[in-house]
Design a protein around this ligand. Structure first.
Ligand SMILES: *[C@@H]1O[C@H](CO)[C@@H](O)[C@H](O)[C@H]1NC(C)=O
Ligand SMILES: *[C@@H]1O[C@H](CO)[C@@H](O)[C@H](O)[C@H]1NC(C)=O
Ligand SMILES: *[C@@H]1O[C@H](CO)[C@@H](O)[C@H](O)[C@H]1NC(C)=O
Ligand SMILES: *[C@@H]1O[C@H](CO)[C@@H](O)[C@H](O)[C@H]1NC(C)=O
Ligand SMILES: *[C@@H]1O[C@H](CO)[C@@H](O)[C@H](O)[C@H]1NC(C)=O
Ligand SMILES: *[C@@H]1O[C@H](CO)[C@@H](O)[C@H](O)[C@H]1NC(C)=O
Ligand SMILES: *[C@@H]1O[C@H](CO)[C@@H](O)[C@H](O)[C@H]1NC(C)=O
Ligand SMILES: *[C@@H]1O[C@H](CO)[C@@H](O)[C@H](O)[C@H]1NC(C)=O
Ligand SMILES: *[C@@H]1O[C@H](CO)[C@@H](O)[C@H](O)[C@H]1NC(C)=O
Ligand SMILES: *[C@@H]1O[C@H](CO)[C@@H](O)[C@H](O)[C@H]1NC(C)=O
Length: 747
């Protein structure tokens, strides 16, 4: 055993793991999951707390509060409301009284590193790790009377957002002295899920001496408990002999059956070896591909910690869809594509094209077997579309970057996209936005087809119009590649629809320039009720724009900046308007904690004034993204924020669905990514310092380069490099063509 340990350790440089802070973004509304998982793993084992002064815990964890379960499934970094927190255990000592919720308090802060989570309490110390589809717990009791609670009604809930809370529906558990099997059925949550079932299988390494069942208000010496009604408390308590102080338990989960849950328990039955295997999985898939050189240790930690956070969801659930009679590639937990399409999916397509390809296969399979691609999805159900069908852009991004989708067909991907673009999704009642479907597809699609914009008869009419334009651009990209010239023209035409809601005469208080996107009525007139380019009012489901002001959404057409520039007038105004978006030069208009403004700081490149991009990106990273548990400026959004930071630190930025990367400037002296094709991608920043942030000149693949953008093939198809020669002077070094606008239609 010791030999195995040393052998595995020697394979990776353990020190990279010391740079990863699992608690990054767990405070300040980040809702990051700090528990243990493998990259995109189905099991995400972590603690669930109640009574936190920070409010509802969306990924189970909070710094304070009492632990009421350590459970097998979580989302990470989400907003909205918590999902999962199911299949739990909780070790305790002392009397059991089912009328009181069992909770345990911590005596010091939790400690977590990739592969191992540690909790200290007065009566028991807890450690756990995870494999793909199972968890492994190790309890060290400090006094007699060891007990383990298996509460099958345990789940995360949202006391402060009761309309989106989850409910326990029913469940059943059968115990024997050496373990248990059963299932739990849950409904509700952010996606308003219909009841769904998770099966489980738990094993102890030491037999219990007695089993107590509890069910509602009754409690007896029995090894079976079940509930057929919404019961608030059902489960078993395993009691151990007084001389038992250390207990280990392995728990498997499955959406298919108890048997599959048992077979999902990892065959590695040595706790410490499983920790090493989990570390190894992270190293192989993620960290071994990166070499990062910088004198700044904080920056290194920032880089690796953000990189880690890009690999938590979606979850690989291949073989685990209970609704499908066949089990092709399947990922769940898209929470949500609205957040991730701009930077997370493009990042995965660079550093991990196998995952990128499997994600596309999954989207195709979800379309084939469930009817529609998702925007938000968890517990095997599509649910909640905030704007457009942005899976279209994820597909176009992978397509144009030549990502292999293995056995799947691009023609099927395209069929899914065409369905999104042409077929109105069935009505689904959403109390937050009852006007049109938010389950899947494009709500209010008939308006889009009839008027070329979403009228103000519908909620989110402005943000939907902007996003449907980008989505149709994505269709044009794939149509063109598949040789479908007619569709290419059609969807390229439709991608110009955002222009229909640009009111050239709209004014904003205190701004000398005019022209903003604005809600429009079905008769073609602009609607001025509750309209202000600088406000989105509630910025939510029932408003004209979702999580972004009209002035922010105006920038959200990166596929056709040429037309946007024409609308804006001249380069000087374009720059003025960009300056006005952020506190660096103006007032705070853009919200860096929400995704609609992700691209905006980079848009100075389109007027060949890249040094302004450099300044602004530096400003945003330094001001809004710190290390530590409060380091994110709000929800991580499933890794969307982290992927934005990774690109910012590297000095390149993708325009999703196109081959373009805009160039900013790196924070790191030397970065190397080992690509899956065996080639390297390398970034070097010569003479970088806290003053030398600007670019004197650059070389791409060792040739001087006069454009502030590069395409995918040049950097990644056969490997590539960018050498940045840094200076302290603001300099317009780019004399070449401005970045392309592939969605620009010349008539
Ligand atoms: C089991 O979980 C439910 C739901 O979270 C909770 O209400 C109940 O008190 C728990 N039971 C025990 C014995 O802790
Ligand atoms: C442990 O319990 C199982 C039944 O759950 C039983 O088959 C087995 O013999 C027990 N082992 C010992 C060592 O008592
Ligand atoms: C279960 O049995 C044990 C001993 O056989 C007894 O001490 C205990 O009171 C019983 N508990 C219940 C809830 O019946
Ligand atoms: C549990 O709830 C589900 C969903 O409501 C229902 O279909 C099933 O019949 C219930 N199971 C039992 C045993 O009542
Ligand atoms: C090191 O990096 C951190 C995080 O980006 C930054 O805040 C800090 O200013 C840097 N320190 C130096 C000396 O450049
Ligand atoms: C996803 O899970 C399936 C089933 O376990 C596995 O075959 C596949 O290799 C996994 N994908 C990756 C990229 O690891
Ligand atoms: C999965 O199957 C269940 C039970 O047959 C059904 O209620 C549910 O709607 C199905 N889900 C999907 C996404 O098709
Ligand atoms: C795309 O990939 C295929 C096979 O993997 C290869 O033949 C082709 O040259 C690639 N195209 C580009 C543009 O990289
Ligand atoms: C849209 O709203 C207008 C009033 O602004 C109303 O006259 C019209 O009937 C509505 N159209 C639909 C299809 O509901
Ligand atoms: C680096 O900067 C120093 C001054 O700080 C300058 O003398 C030197 O030429 C620069 N080197 C490069 C490679 O630009």
């Amino acid at each position: 055993m010791i030999l195995v340990f040393i052998f595995i350790l020697s394979v990776y440089s353990a020190d990279v793991f010391d740079y990863v802070d699992l608690f990054y973004g767990t405070e300040n509304g980040g809702h990051m999951f700090p528990g243990i998982t493998r990259p995109f793993g189905m099991a995400k084992v972590g603690i669930d707390v109640i009574n936190s002064k920070y409010g509802d815990a969306y990924s189970g964890y909070a710094l304070d509060g009492d632990i009421n379960g350590i459970s097998m499934m979580h989302e990470s970094g989400t907003g909205g409301a918590p999902e999962y927190g199911v299949v739990s255990q909780l070790p305790f000592t002392g009397e059991f009284n089912n009328n009181e919720e069992i909770t345990i308090g911590r005596t010091q802060q939790d400690v977590a590193k990739i592969g191992l989570y540690q909790i200290s309490t007065t009566n028991v110390d807890i450690e756990f790790t995870a494999s793909e589809r199972s968890g492994f717990f190790k309890y060290n009791f400090k006094e007699d009377g060891a007990k383990i609670l298996v509460n099958i009604s345990h789940h995360l809930s949202a006391p402060s957002r009761p309309w989106w809370t989850q409910y326990f529906v029913n469940g059943s558990i059968d115990g024997e002295l050496s373990g248990y099997t059963g299932y739990t059925t849950i409904k509700g949550g952010w996606g308003l899920q219909q009841p769904w079932t998770i099966y489980f299988c738990g094993k102890f390494n030491t037999n219990a001496s007695n089993i107590i069942s509890f069910q509602g208000s009754s409690q007896e010496n029995d090894s079976h408990a079940s509930s057929t009604t919404q019961d608030d408390s059902v489960g078993l308590v395993f009691e151990f002999d007084n001389d038992v102080f250390e207990i280990q338990s392995q728990v498997g989960i499955s959406f298919i059956s108890k048997e599959q849950a048992c077979s999902n328990i990892d065959s590695q039955d040595d706790f410490y070896s499983l920790i090493e295997e989990t570390k190894q999985a992270w190293n192989e898939e993620v960290f071994s591909k990166f070499e990062v050189e910088t004198q700044n240790e904080t920056l290194k930690s920032q880089f690796f910690t953000n990189l880690y956070g890009c690999h938590l969801i979606p979850s690989n659930r291949t073989g685990e869809n209970p609704n499908w009679s066949v089990q092709p590639t399947y990922y769940d937990d898209f929470f949500t594509i609205w957040d991730t399409f701009r930077t997370l999916n493009p990042l995965i397509n660079i550093i991990n094209p196998v995952r990128g390809g499997e994600i596309i296969e999954s989207l195709i399979n979800i379309y084939k077997y469930d009817g529609w691609t998702p925007d938000g999805r968890s517990a095997n159900q599509n649910g909640r579309v905030q704007g457009g069908t942005n899976s279209d852009i994820v597909m176009a991004d992978a397509y144009i970057k030549n990502i292999s989708i293995f056995g799947a067909e691009w023609q099927d991907a395209y069929s899914a996209m065409v369905k999104n673009a042409e077929i109105q999704p069935p009505y689904w009642y959403d109390p937050k936005a009852p006007d049109a479907s938010t389950k899947q597809g494009r709500g209010a699609l008939p308006d889009w087809l009839r008027y070329g914009y979403i009228t103000r008869n519908y909620t989110r009419s402005v943000s939907r119009t902007i996003e449907y334009s980008y989505d149709d651009f994505a269709l044009s990209v794939v149509a063109k590649g598949l040789g479908n010239e007619e569709d290419y023209e059609k969807y390229l035409d439709r991608s110009t629809n955002w222009q229909n809601i640009w009111n050239h005469d709209a004014t904003a208080s205190g701004k000398s320039y005019t022209g903003f996107v604005q809600p429009k009525n079905s008769d073609g007139s602009f609607n001025y009720t509750m309209y202000d380019p600088l406000s989105c009012f509630g910025c939510y489901w029932g408003d004209d724009e979702y999580e972004g002001k009209p002035i922010e959404y105006g920038w959200s057409v990166p596929f056709d900046i040429i037309t946007l520039k024409e609308f804006i007038g001249d380069d000087e105004t374009f720059i003025q308007r960009l300056d006005d978006m952020y506190e660096l030069h103006g007032t705070k208009i853009a919200d860096v904690g929400n995704e609609p403004s992700f691209n905006t700081p980079f848009l100075y490149n389109y007027v060949n004034q890249q040094f302004r991009t450099v300044e602004l990106v530096r400003f945003i990273v330094d001001k809004f993204f710190q290390v530590g548990s409060g380091g994110l400026p709000g929800n991580s959004d499933g890794g969307a924020m982290q992927s934005w930071v990774i690109f910012a630190l590297m000095g390149i930025y993708p325009i999703a669905g196109t081959t373009t990367y805009l160039i900013s400037s790196p924070f790191i002296e030397h970065l190397k990514i080992k690509l899956d094709n065996g080639k390297d991608f390398e970034i070097k920043a010569h003479n970088l310092s806290s003053e030398n942030i600007y670019i004197e000149n650059i070389q791409v693949n060792n040739q001087y380069w006069n454009q502030n953008w590069v395409d995918h093939e040049t950097l990644f198809t056969n490997g590539g490099s960018i050498d940045f020669f840094m200076t302290s002077e603001q300099k317009i070094w780019e004399s070449g063509n401005e970045p392309p606008s592939p969605g620009h239609k010349t008539s």
